[in-house]
Each structure stands twice: as structure tokens, then as C-alpha cells.
Design a protein around this ligand. Sequence first.
Ligand code: MN
Length: 287
Amino acid sequence: MRLKFDFPSTSRYPNRGTTHRDEESILRILVTNDDGVYGDGLWQLVGELGKAAEIVVVAPDREQSGVGTAVTLHRPLRVRELKLWPSALCYATDGTPADCVILGLGGLCEAKVDMIFSGINEGANLGNDILISGTVGAALQGYFYGIPSVAISVGSLEKPSFAVASALAAALVERYKQGQLAGGLLLNVNVPSLPFKDIQGIEVTYLAGRSYVDVVKEEKDQRGRSLHWITRGTPEWAAEQGTDIWAMRQNKISITPLQSNLAAGDRIGELRDLCPDLLANLRTTGC
Ligand code: MN
């Protein structure tokens, strides 16, 4: 499925050849993030993936962490081309990470996109928190379009080390080139912020439960009015074996394959049993 996008057709790829054959053989990767277009992790990723593929960056023009899967439908989006990397087209938008992927696939990339990477996010995206993660929310859009999409994060907010994560991203691209990881695939990858020698392995994981507790802090502004901050509390690290949090706690890389079907199979019977009663209730209201 392709989006319709009214966009000038003249190719502006810095690296692109002119023949049809060249167009088809070039691996093209759309890169986005939720930390914003100036995020260090994004450019570490572009630097590494750019060795093997044509890169188009479409990223938010500001921090968008925690916006999850949000898509902007109530206002138009601004798109600005930035010259931040000699061999990659780069666009900044005032939309969400998911908007960036929709815009990229809808025309900014001009031609077929083979893979999508979202990251490298500063801070892990683990357990239930992936549902509010803009990093994962962007990759989800690629998955909706049947494109292998990878959300990738490192487990530190302070002086994060992106070297292993970007090398792993390049290794995944290499697997794709060799015919693996094809089709609608959504991976949530978390990498410890450590040098490779300290990483204890790679685990393919399930999602843990809640990783953080939300804390609401109330303050007063200069005029004495209330401000409420939603902040992340202490992580709950009681993670079962085989989960993403468990893997990261052991300084292992965690790869979780995700899918979009959130239907809770174990509650379907209970809800079906309720339906006759709900219908009977509706009948009595005269609605
Ligand atoms: Mn982020």
C-alpha cells in the first residue's frame, strides 16, 4: 500500500544513479526518531547505515518522546529540508514521529523504502512503556505498510554510548540484504549503553510489564497557579526471565518482535457472555 502524496517528481537524492536498474538496486532506508532531528543517536545511526544504503531522514523538529503512536490530523504539517549530512536527504517536520514515517512513505522518500529505523533513542523503551514510546510509534507506521521496521534504543539517558546499537542496526540491514527479516516486521531493540566487551549477549524477548511508575508533581507558577508535571518514578525491575527488562538487567541486548494485534484473547469469552445483558439493558432505555 502506498500513500498518495503530491510532491515534485524530480529526484534529489545526492547518491542516486540515473538508470532504472540503479534505482531498483539501491537499498533505501528511512530514518526517524522521537528525540528530534538534532539527536546524537539519530546521526550515529545515519553514519553507520549510510555506509550500506541510501538514507532519508524525516524527523521531528523537536523532542517528541512519549507521544506514542500519535498522528496529526487536525492541522497541516510543515516540512523543512536541512543540510545536516552530506550524503543523506534530511527533513524536519513539526509533526510526531509517526507523522514523519507517513510523510516519508507518502512522498518525501520519492521511491520505495526497504527498511525503517527509529532511533537511536536515548533511554530504553521496555515493557508496557513501548505503548507510549514515540520511537516505537514511528516504527509501527512502517510495520503497518509491510516494511521491516526497527525501533532501537540505548539504556542510558546520560552520556549514552551508541556504538554497539548502530553496529547492530547495520548488522540487521546486512541480514535484510541477504534475504532475511523481510515483510511486515516490527522489532523493538534495546542495547545496553556499554562497550561491546561488556555486553553479555543477545536475547530475543517478550515484553515485561510496567517498567516505570508515573509520579505527578504539583508546583506553583509565578502567579501562584498550579502546574502538574507527569514524571517517571523509580523503575520496577522485578522482571520475569525471558522479558526485555530481564535481558537489559543482565547487560544483554534485547530484541522483541512486536505485532499490532492487541486484542486480549483471555477476556473475549467473558465479554461475549456479557453481551445479551448489555443488549437487554439498552432495550430498557428506549434509546
Ligand atoms: Mn526519546
